[in-house]
Design a binder for this molecule. Sequence first.
Ligand SMILES: Nc1ncnc2c1ncn2[C@@H]1O[C@H](COP(=O)(O)OP(=O)(O)OP(=O)(O)O)[C@@H](O)[C@H]1O
Ligand SMILES: [Mg+2]
Length: 231
Amino acid sequence: MSSNVLIQAKSLCKTYELGPVTVPALSGVSLDVCQGDFLTIVGPSGSGKTTFLNLVGVLDTPTSGGLIVFGEDTATLSRKQRADLRLRTLGFVFQAYNLVPVLTARENVEFVLELQGLGHERRRRAEEVLGQLGLEDLGDRRPNELSGGQQQRVAVARAVASRPRLVLADEPTANLDGENAELLIDMMQRLNREENITFVFSTHDPRVVRHAKRVVTLVDGQVSNDEIRNV
Ligand SMILES: Nc1ncnc2c1ncn2[C@@H]1O[C@H](COP(=O)(O)OP(=O)(O)OP(=O)(O)O)[C@@H](O)[C@H]1O
Ligand SMILES: [Mg+2]
């Protein structure tokens, strides 16, 4: 495997069992994600975007097919090894932010660093990354004292604070207005360029798709188009 391939998905399939009904969510997705990609996954509702991100994020397991994440064959990993792999290499941004309500913005960021075993350096790192995202004055606020756009920037700060090589984001701009969506994507692009963090994110928003270097379209759980663009 070439060292700049971070994710290798091969004929990835996922079905969900809903009582007697089998729902196909992914039906044979083969896709490599490379170091430096700024890749968006688009496609109609129900096409498998979230399912794909959950598999790549080792949050869920495929029904069949192969998935190699940072050189590790995910099929062979124990529960603990999967958690370690996530903690070492991945950052997540969810549509609904998923910030811890009783913690301040800074504590939300520090929390992940604590899980990683970081000691005194935690506070400084949290402040540095909040600053990078234009949140230096808001570190003491709790999520309900922040706007949607600010909360989503805290969620990005939390995802990148541990210096992951890959950030997965499921519709990160879904709850943002146009201006905040652009701001968030600008910041993700800067982290992609300057910190060499690879991004894979799903979206329905054409303003966001515009900024992607690579656009993968899913239809009915399959890749219907994979386009590299000059942006
Ligand atoms: N936990 C689940 N149980 C049963 N079916 C599921 C489950 N999660 C997803 N599905 C089904 O799998 C298919 C793919 O869903 P998925 O959430 O990946 O789509 P999506 O592209 O993210 O859609 P959206 O744009 O609406 O977020 C859909 O048919 C969905 O109904
Ligand atoms: Mg989804």
